[in-house]
Ligand binder design. Sequence first.
Ligand code: SAM
Length: 268
Amino acid sequence: MSHSPHFSEPPKKHLGQHFLHERGIIDGIVRAVSPKPGDRLVEIGPGQGAITFPLLDAHGELTVVEFDRDLIAPLTEAAKSHGALHIIHRDVLAVDFTALAADGASLRLVGNLPYNLSSPILFHVLEHADVVRDMTFMLQKEVVDRMAAAPGSKVYGRLSVMLQAYCHVTPLFDVPPAAFRPPPKVDSAVVRLVPRAADAIGIDDAKVFADVVRDAFGQRRKTLRNALSRQCDAALIEAAKVRPDARAEQLPVADFVRLSNAIAASRA
Ligand code: SAM
């Protein structure tokens, strides 16, 4: 839709605006979503509608969340020939996704996210993970690599553990800078996230879990015994069947869950 005369504003850097124009990539995203009748689709950051209008053509109805006031009128106008577009003009970090699913729907989220906000958006959405069926997001490739990394990998870290604890993470395909206007400085990738069922996650206290993961990786070079000295002693780590002299970067997600549950239980 970048040819539309209605979208006359230049891209805004502070809003992370890099508009997709490569047909093949746009089609790949629509195929990855493959909307089925009855799906409740929500796009974060529709911009000039590169993904929005093909999705609308495929599905007939779509909710979008856009912060840039200059895009609201052109989106409304251009949508008329495509289908029912519900526009929420708001900062996505202030959107209550649970309210969007108040009628019992489960949400399918899509977005070429503003890269400067991708982590806050991911963590905000995860707070509503119980109403989200899946997410198909374009992110910096480096972020997708970190999200999907396995223990022992150089990029395995806090983001890997937090995401994998709550979601199945599947990288789908890479996207070069030339697919966007203006091109970003970094490579991008599309990833699918599917929230795990609440009873499969097994985390007893989400705050303790997040604190343990943060502290463990905050002191990456230290052993768990030292990195977590504010949280617990070595005996408790051992009782959770985790080696106190291991380092966070070697620890599987399930070990973080066991360890944080043991710490939460010791405080109860
Ligand atoms: N989906 C379009 C595309 O692929 O061409 C635009 C993607 S662009 C990378 C990111 C979009 O997110 C922009 O439209 C930008 O205005 C919007 N955006 C930035 N910050 C936002 C926020 N806090 N809440 C909602 N939308 C935001």
